[in-house]
Design a protein around this ligand. Structure first.
Ligand code: 2M8
Length: 420
């Protein structure tokens, strides 16, 4: 069983490889996505380190001159996906991209891959990426902390990677959709509409996209003009973790001058994450920077605190209580949203389902903090989900049904890098 799953996971990565870059799955997502590619690199790194570096190098071919790494790289047009390059209208060369980013996991993978074999070839590849990672992290620090609190703000739910999280409902409800262009969705031609965001969500996604397009994707104006500006605990914690890894890389690779700047970003994010502590919920939640309203429930982001290197018992004790309460409610950890909350839907995308990549980060943080029991529960549940339902895009935490796209790259990659 283990050997055949391993072969299947290899075959998925190789089958979704379009020549130096990998699509998340054929049909539904026919382009290169930012954080998908990073997890894919970790999967490739288990059997072909050269190909793993290539995945990250091609991802950074999409980097803008201001440092931003977009969430989608449109290397060749595919009418099967909406919204494509003609809707985004960005000006990146030699191929178009989307206009905002996605969770900055890249530095974490670069460090992992370098540490696997820090010999000449790997050191060279890591050194080649290091200045690009610096520019990317500088972009986050410069443009995505408009509150000055140190948390990371996103201008679109797509930037979070957790597209229809219940916490986006309140900020999205304030978005005016009266002037959106006519459009036709493609996602629901590939997978069942009951597993995808609602039309109301897509209307709002389009209104926000148009607000960025209207200011030519200028990084300052995008933030000023977006009707959606929300601090995201997941991105804040992932960036905090990524900066710690970037600092370690700077030390190992001899980038001495950069260390002080990275240490500044770490201090800024440590302050920022504290500003997202929600006393009522007793967890880190989102915070709408336009209305000041905090997210209403516990999302899987709350369990990323150990991954971010947070060790304060005032935070970790309530986090463990939430973990154990939720673990008693679902068969498979970790649901993307609290099953005790009314916004929870076990099959609808980021409103409840389990995602292997999030589980990987949560379990890694727990293990690093010595919480092997909870880390192992998350790993074992992920293994059981794949054994039951294959390499699906996401899974019901209640009955383990696989949902969304199939032969999914990041599920296969994380299985190779961690679960197997
Ligand atoms: C999903 O998002 C895209 C938009 O970026 C979509 O639904 O069209 C999310 O799950 C996102 O986190 C992921 O990177 C992407 C590709 O797997 O799909």
């Amino acid at each position: 069983m283990g050997a055949s799953l391993k072969r299947a996971a290899h075959d998925i990565l190789i089958g979704n490889d379009l020549g130096g870059y990998t699509v998340p799955t054929k049909g539904l997502y026919p382009y290169q996505w930012n954080w998908d590619s990073v997890f894919v690199a970790l999967g490739f790194a288990t059997f072909d380190l050269d190909r793993a570096w290539r995945e990250l190098e091609t991802l950074f071919e999409g980097q803008w001159t201001d440092g931003m790494v977009p969430h989608i790289l449109f290397r060749k047009n595919d009418p099967g996906y909406f919204p494509g390059p003609s809707v985004w209208q960005t000006s990146h060369e030699p191929f178009p991209t989307s206009g905002h980013s996605q969770p900055p996991v890249a530095a974490i993978a670069v460090r992992d891959m370098f540490e696997k074999a820090p010999a000449d070839e790997n050191a060279e590849r890591a050194k080649g990426l290091f200045p690009k990672l610096m520019a990317f992290h500088r972009w986050w620090a410069t443009y995505r902390d408009p509150s000055g609190e140190g948390s990371v703000a996103i201008i679109h739910p797509w930037e979070s990677g957790r597209d229809n999280l219940p916490d986006w409902d309140e900020p999205l409800s304030l978005v005016d959709v009266s002037r959106i262009d006519a459009y036709e969705r493609k996602d629901t031609t590939h997978v069942d509409a009951s597993m995808r965001p609602l039309k109301q969500d897509y209307d709002r996604y389009m209104a926000i996209l148009q607000s960025g397009r209207a200011v030519g994707w200028d990084p300052h104006k995008v933030v000023e003009n977006s009707p959606f500006l929300v601090a995201d605990p997941a991105i804040t914690m992932i960036l905090l973790r990524a900066n710690r890894d970037l600092l370690a890389l700077a030390e190992r690779l001899g980038f001495q001058r950069e260390r002080v700047e990275i240490q500044g970003w770490i201090a800024q994010l440590e302050r920022g994450v504290a500003s997202l502590w929600n006393e009522t919920v007793q967890a880190y939640t989102t915070k709408n920077l336009r209305s000041g309203v905090f997210g209403a429930g516990v999302s899987s982001a709350a369990f990323l605190a150990p991954f971010a290197g947070i060790s304060d018992p005032k935070v970790l004790d309530p986090m463990r209580n939430h973990f154990d309460r939720i673990a008693g409610k679902v068969t498979y950890m970790v649901p993307s949203y609290d099953p005790d909350y009314e916004g929870f839907e076990h099959m609808r995308y980021w409103r409840g389902p389990v995602w292997a990549v999030v589980n990987y980060m949560i379990a890694r943080g727990l293990r690093e903090q010595g919480d092997t029991l909870r880390a192992e529960r998350v790993r074992q549940d992920t293994a059981n989900l794949v054994a039951k339902s294959g390499f699906a895009e996401y899974f019901s935490p209640i009955d383990g049904t696989g949902a969304g796209g199939r032969s999914f790259s990041w599920t296969a990659a994380v299985w190779l890098a961690w679960v197997s």
